[in-house]
Ligand binder design. Structure first.
Ligand SMILES: N[C@@H](CCC(=O)N[C@@H](CS)C(=O)NCC(=O)O)C(=O)O
Length: 199
């Protein structure tokens, strides 16, 4: 088993799906969290000056989705055949497309609020309607067992509900899926021990 070191800020953010995969699979890793004051120095040391990064022995991987997909593959969480794998990939990419619409780095509060309102009113319903239809009456998004796409939904839906407490009221099946992931014993144990942060 390689030596794994995941580096990110002390928030869920773009590293949490990888942390869920580590927790669920029991694969050991170092969860290295950077304090904001140390970030400028760490940033300079990175090829693309962004985190998360995952060090696998001496190889540094960037891009949160590539990291999570790699770990999911190692943990047997990508889907049972190439079509299921593509279905899981498509769900993760779709969720990311919508999560990337939020103005995470906007400094002007008025501009930020306006974009937030627009995303919640006009974009997020499209994501939730689509995901809800894809899930239908199934337990998991893809096939008959949990995949990293379910984990990614569970992680991103925490951020959505933190930003807008009512957002899942009309989507009971998506809420139930989030809760099903969070009730998996190893995920529940991780949630209990992780730092409590807004993002
Ligand atoms: N597409 C990249 C985006 C990475 C990214 O935007 N990272 C942010 C944190 S979420 C970052 O490093 N921000 C600090 C900076 O750019 O100085 C991924 O998914 O890993």
């Amino acid at each position: 088993m390689p030596n794994y070191k995941l580096t990110y800020f002390k928030i869920r953010g773009r590293a949490e799906t990888a942390r869920y995969i580590f927790a669920y699979s029991g694969i050991k890793y170092e969860d290295s969290t950077i304090e904001i004051m140390d970030w400028p120095n760490v940033k300079q040391s990175l090829l693309f000056q962004q985190i998360p990064v995952l060090k696998v022995d001496n190889t540094v991987l960037n891009q949160s989705t590539a990291i999570a997909r790699y770990l999911a593959r190692e943990a047997g969480l990508v889907g049972r055949n190439s079509l299921e794998q593509a279905q899981a990939d498509a769900i993760v990419d779709t969720i990311n497309d919508f999560m990337n619409l939020f103005p995470w780095t906007e400094k002007n509060p008025a501009v930020k609020e306006k974009i937030m309102e627009d995303v919640f009113a006009n974009k997020i319903p499209l994501l939730l309607d689509g995901l809800s239809k894809l899930l239908g009456n199934q337990m998991w998004f893809v096939g008959d067992s949990v995949t990293w796409a379910d984990f990614h939904w569970a992680v991103c839906s925490i951020t959505l509900t933190n930003l807008n407490v009512d957002i899942l009221h009309n989507y009971p099946k998506l809420l139930a899926l989030k809760e099903r992931v969070e009730a998996l014993p190893k995920i529940a144990a991780w949630i209990e021990q992780r730092p409590k942060t807004p993002l």
